[in-house]
Design a protein around this ligand. Structure first.
Ligand SMILES: Nc1ncnc2c1ncn2[C@@H]1O[C@H](COP(=O)(O)OP(=O)(O)O)[C@@H](O)[C@H]1O
Ligand SMILES: [Mg+2]
Length: 389
């Protein structure tokens, strides 16, 4: 019977065959993806830039903002002033889990690529958490992002009607992220000596998580008193300071503060043509920060119009602004003696003068670095117009 009916409905048979093939392809792709993911390095930290020169005041401003309640911060400063360098330095700390989007890179061409990257990074974020002992069940949160993405990819491949990423896709993705972060924040891992078998400990994880009272959660390092905070050494702190604080910090909190960092954020309006989608993304970032205090959001930008634009969307009023300028003269002098002069062979040093160079480059470290590279390469034979440049 069924055979004859399939002959009578060749289109239906073809359709179910295609669906079966699609399922097989999906399963194969899942397998490959899982294999690839197992080989990925954890991406929650990035490296500080080599030879970072610690700018005490700026480091403190950024660190202090991150120690406070999760908020939406706009880090503003002229191009090449050192915003990215500063954030890389601070965010590479063990305290943070970073989702990093550098909108300058070619991978971000449009809303579709932004959605894919957001979804992949969120998936990988929870997959990384799942690798921590006792946090295995976060693998499920990671799958949530993957399946949402696969559904979207399937819809786009089917090419029926609305083939592209829509506002609702962004809204759903950000809601998934919000709910996974809530689970992460409320999660109480089993104490290491409570259970030994992994299945038993998983059961205890969920029961503990369920039993945990909905009290106001503070991320581990937020519970410090203001006096503790005042004592906290900065990146310049003496080795003893650091050793003491390392001692105090043992055992280290496993939970890390999530930080959603968008570099060159002024490119967002170009990527997201629809005002509605843009508003949806920004509003959900406000929900993550101001409303739910689930993670920090940092937008770094050198474009003053971006601030105006955020204000027009009623977002700027809820943001903290940190402005980064050039280094002070005394910082520039230290930089010159500690970082610049050692790069110059002794025989070429006599014709360099801090004051003259400062007149030309002020406190923009990258100009000092570029000049000195040229100077050394030219064996000290640079024309003076280099300084004017
Ligand atoms: N604190 C610093 N220490 C050493 N080099 C720095 C520092 N800040 C900036 N630089 C140099 O300046 C360059 C530009 O800095 P970057 O952080 O990319 O600027 P921005 O993000 O503000 O455009 C860096 O690649 C680096 O060479
Ligand atoms: Mg930058």
């Amino acid at each position: 019977m069924s055979r004859s009916s399939s002959f009578h409905q060749p289109a239906g048979t073809l359709k179910s065959l295609n669906e079966a093939r699609q399922l097989l392809d999906d399963a194969r792709r899942d397998l490959t993806e899982n294999r690839e993911r197992a080989q990925l390095r954890p991406s929650h930290t990035f490296s500080p830039i080599p030879g970072f020169f610690p700018r005490t005041a700026e480091l403190q401003a950024v660190e202090r903002a991150l120690e406070e309640e999760p908020c939406f911060t706009v880090l503003f400063g002229a191009s090449s002033v050192g915003k990215t360098a500063l954030l890389r330095q601070v965010l590479c700390s063990d305290k943070y889990h970073v989702l990093h989007f550098d909108l300058r890179i070619a991978g971000f061409a449009d809303l579709d690529s932004l959605y894919m990257s957001l979804s992949q990074q969120m998936e990988q974020y929870f997959a990384t958490i799942a690798k921590i002992e006792g946090y295995g069940e976060f693998e499920k949160e990671a799958w949530g992002f993957k399946h949402d993405r696969l559904n979207v990819e399937r819809r786009i491949a089917d090419n029926t009607g609305m083939a592209q990423i829509r506002t609702s896709d962004i809204a759903r993705l950000m809601e998934l992220f919000q709910s996974s972060l809530l689970t992460y924040r409320q999660f109480v891992p089993p104490s290491p000596n409570s259970q030994s078998s992994s299945t038993a400990s998983r059961d205890s994880i969920s029961s503990q998580a369920n039993q945990s009272k909905p009290k106001r959660f503070r991320w581990p390092w937020q519970s410090k008193s203001p006096s503790d905070r005042a004592r906290k050494p900065n990146a310049n702190g003496s080795p003893q300071d650091r050793a003491q604080s390392a001692e105090k910090d043992v055992p280290k909190p496993v939970k890390k503060m999530p930080v959603f960092f968008i570099d060159e954020a002024h490119k967002l309006p170009g990527l997201i043509q629809s005002m509605e989608t843009m508003k949806c993304l920004l509003d959900s970032m406000l929900v993550l920060t101001k409303q739910d205090r689930l993670c920090h959001v940092i937008h770094a930008t050198s474009d003053p119009f971006y601030q105006t634009w955020l204000r027009q969307l009623n977002v700027m009023q809820h943001c903290k602004i940190i402005t980064i300028g050039d280094c002070s003269k005394s910082d520039a002098r230290t930089f010159y003696h500690e970082r610049i002069l050692p790069r110059v062979p002794e025989r070429l040093r006599h014709s360099l003068s801090f004051e003259r160079l400062y007149e030309a480059f002020g406190g923009r470290l990258v100009h000092w670095q570029d000049y000195i590279t040229d100077y050394v390469n030219a064996n000290g034979q640079l024309e003076s117009e280099h300084l004017v440049k």
